[in-house]
Write a new protein. Structure first.
Length: 383
């Protein structure tokens, strides 16, 4: 079946299998594929998650990181970057400001730190949120690869969701984007994602789109990896240059910024088609590269956006990439503006919903109790 025919079948509610070649072909095509692709993804979206747009308030707890990824401004070798760590009181106050504005889900984000003070702080925040609001709130973590024992502690303290981007499913590309120093191992990252699922977390992942040397085949492989792993949530965004990182020198090997935006929107649409019931976010990186990134992401099949609750004075230092704008803004005003923009395209922002991914609630993972070593640990399969 031709790609366009397949997309029309999907739009109409029928079955059409998009294989690796179709996915790569779709990513390679000229602009004429966008309309049928986004129409198909929108149709899938309205049949599953519907018009609702979930909201997560982000708190960037610390910009310290033990890793050294070649693309990221928070890398430990980026010594020009002033480092900060928000104390518990400031993190709690940021979350409370979001709660007062009606948000019911919060993302705690940081670089990767394994030290006890950091884990204990995250644990304290989770416990506090759990004691304050119990099941009315959903706390999401995005704090890098943590050992199983730390994950178990954080789960017991009230953690429910975890985001760990694999960045790419291609081990060769992964090796080009990360130092070979024992800290950045592709297999360990995948294993951590497996541990999250086995530990009963709602597990999210995602990839970087438009990095140097990445091919459409590789991106097609990413989509199949995410589907076969059975992630519950996904955030994927375009790579954005940062002059303080090693990858900057290879920026001419990357697609244009416009092409990165286009690839990101197509990746969102294709993943929505492959995984109708996951939560998929319109990322900040996408919104950084195009002022209408929110609308375009939602129109392509995203159903989540994440306003920033980090105090303004820290925000510029959470400097993953260049061009991040920091406008001092009340969360209430941000929500009003976002709600109006979504309403203008027939979508409804529901900040008061915890917004569990249908993919998770419909098919809960098998929980391996702590201490039961080896369940699925040694399987070579990703699933
Ligand atoms: N451009 C876009 N996204 C980036 N990230 C890190 N550096 C960049 C960059 N230069 C993303 C990675 C990481 C997340 C925290 O931020 O995907 O997982
Ligand atoms: Fe650290 Fe994450 Fe940046 Fe890598 S991408 S340097 S792990 S913050």
């Amino acid at each position: 079946m031709l790609l366009e025919e397949g997309l029309a079948v999907i739009e109409g509610g029928g079955e059409a299998v998009l294989g690796r070649d179709d996915l790569a072909d779709c990513l390679r095509r000229g602009p004429s594929v966008d309309e049928p692709l986004f129409r198909a993804a929108s149709a899938v979206l309205s049949r599953t998650v519907g018009p609702w747009v979930f909201v997560r308030g982000i708190v960037e707890m610390t910009n310290a990181c033990r890793k050294n990824c070649y693309y990221c401004g928070l890398r430990s070798d980026h010594s020009a970057l002033p480092r900060y760590s928000m104390p518990f009181e400031e993190i709690a106050a940021a979350i409370e400001s979001g709660w007062a504005a009606g948000l019911r889900s919060f993302l705690l984000q940081s670089g990767e730190l394994l030290g006890e003070p950091h884990i204990a702080l995250v644990e304290k925040v989770l416990r506090w949120a759990d004691e304050s609001w119990g099941d009315s709130v959903r706390m999401v973590l995005s704090t890098g690869e943590l050992p199983r024992a730390a994950l178990e502690r954080l789960k017991a303290a009230g953690g429910g969701r975890y985001l760990l981007r694999i960045e790419t499913s291609d081990p060769v590309l992964y090796a080009k984007l990360h130092p070979r120093d024992g800290l950045h191992r592709f297999e360990e990252r995948i294993q951590c994602l497996r541990n999250l699922r086995k530990g009963g977390w709602q597990a999210g992942s995602g990839v970087l789109i438009g990095v140097p040397w990445q091919t459409e085949e590789s991106l097609a492989g990413d989509l199949l990896f995410l589907r076969d792993f059975g992630i519950d949530m996904c955030g994927m965004g375009p790579w954005i240059e940062h002059s303080g990182t090693p990858l900057y020198a290879s920026r001419h090997e990357a697609p244009s910024r416009e092409r990165r935006v286009s690839l990101t929107l197509r990746m969102i649409a294709l993943l929505r088609i492959l995984m109708p019931d996951i939560n998929l976010s319109a990322t900040t990186a996408l919104q950084t590269l195009t002022p209408t990134g929110l609308e375009r992401g939602l129109a392509a099949g995203a159903n989540v956006f994440m306003p920033n609750l980090t105090p303004t004075r820290y925000r510029l230092d959470y400097n993953l990439y260049e061009g991040k704008t920091v406008v001092p803004d009340r969360i209430e005003d941000v929500l009003d503006r976002m709600s109006a923009r979504c309403a203008a395209m027939g979508r409804t922002v529901v900040p008061g919903e915890v917004g569990d991914p249908l993919h998770f609630t419909k098919a809960p993972p098998v929980y391996s109790p702590p201490g039961e070593e080896g369940v699925g640990d040694h399987d070579d399969q990703v699933h």
